[in-house]
Design a protein around this ligand. Sequence first.
Ligand code: SF4
Ligand code: SF4
Length: 306
Amino acid sequence: MTDIFALLKNAGFAEGFLLPVAPYTDWTSHRNDGLFHPNTAPLADDPKARYPWANAVLICVYPYTPYDDETLVASYYPASNRAYHAMKRLLVMLREAGIRAERAETPYREQLASYGIGSRMDNQLLYLAPYGTYINLQGAMLALPEPVAYTTRREPEEVCDHCGLCKAVCFGAIQGNYAFDWMRCEHTYLEGDPMPLDAMEWLSELLGCMCCQTVCPKNPAGTVPIPDEIRTTLDPVAILRGNRREAGELIGKNLAAGKRLLRQAIVLAANRNRTDALPYLLQLRETDGDRFKNELDYAIKRLQNP
Ligand code: SF4
Ligand code: SF4
């Protein structure tokens, strides 16, 4: 019998949970209430319908630690890219062991929470001891020989005490008592749409923020130094100079796509008062003026009239 848990550790994960294939009714009702970003539409509410051949969902945990300087890019993003590649390695290992396995397009956090593993927090993240909310989750649908040794269901535990600290530092998404407005979360503006003025003014780091995690008293203390490679490659002016390929190696090709990363680099350069960005911004206005009109107008005006 293949030891799936040994394989997932070899692939780079800290741990994993093997769950039955079940529909996620809370997720469905929250989604119907409009709580989630439209981009979550392709996620399966009922994985049985999407993956009729599977008899287990494997959800793997990839923990990370915040950087000592989280003002450039959240440590979540490089970790999420490493977790994605860990899952790619794991899928290869599972298939080599004769197990049918496919990346799961399902709501991992919801799956775990509804099984009593981890706790939902006001910042919409999943708390899982001992990592707190500093985790990236990756999932796979598996066809395993019966009987499957599923992880034991746990009693749900309330961890969030609604202290309001995350709400106080948020752009406006966190409403308290688990209520959340996705359209007021900075991560929403990763999708390549023009950024509204208030979101541009608020942007303090590339690709969104992590302040609702670092401020949470339930999360473990401790940071790691931000690697030099991250600091230099994800510098907003370096991105404007055209280093998207190198950035893609750190945060993944999807996030490094021009419409996402360039848009954010334009705004961040302005918010950091990087006047050395001006020649690149003026050049971009010639080549991509329509695509990034809002952001270029904002950044050039701000840098030319400090
Ligand atoms: S900061 Fe407070 S309210 Fe926010 S998630 Fe943590 S415990 Fe809950
Ligand atoms: S990521 Fe930023 S904007 Fe989104 S909920 Fe957390 S603090 Fe608010």
